[in-house]
Design a protein around this ligand. Sequence first.
Ligand code: AMP
Length: 118
Amino acid sequence: MCLFCKIVNREIPSNHVQENEDFFAFHDINPKAPVHVLVIPKIHYNSFNDISGDLMGKMGTFMQEVAKTVGVDQSGYRIISNIGENGGQEVKHLHFHLLGGAKLKWGHFSDADPKDFF
Ligand code: AMP
């Protein structure tokens, strides 16, 4: 069983934020912003590649609720999902990072020069 499945099953403790029948939200253990919540489906999917449009729609609604719960819905926030090797995905259970609580920078994403791809 993967790390995030164990968190859903409460075999590993987490700093819980909110859950419903399908999804679970908890604070990231290594926050990159004042608010950094991870949102995951309770059923295991390896990544965003594997989720249906129907479940993604429900997950979007749940993430809107989480943004309200942690108080960033009006101030603004960012949602990111890292996918696979080049995306930098470390935990192979679909998750969205919900980041906020401060003005976020637009990062330096790659050592490659984007102009080389056009
Ligand atoms: P990613 O690189 O997109 O796969 O992100 C994985 C995230 O999971 C990282 O931001 C980690 O800090 C976070 N993480 C790993 N283990 C835990 C844990 N036990 N509880 C909360 N967050 C975790």
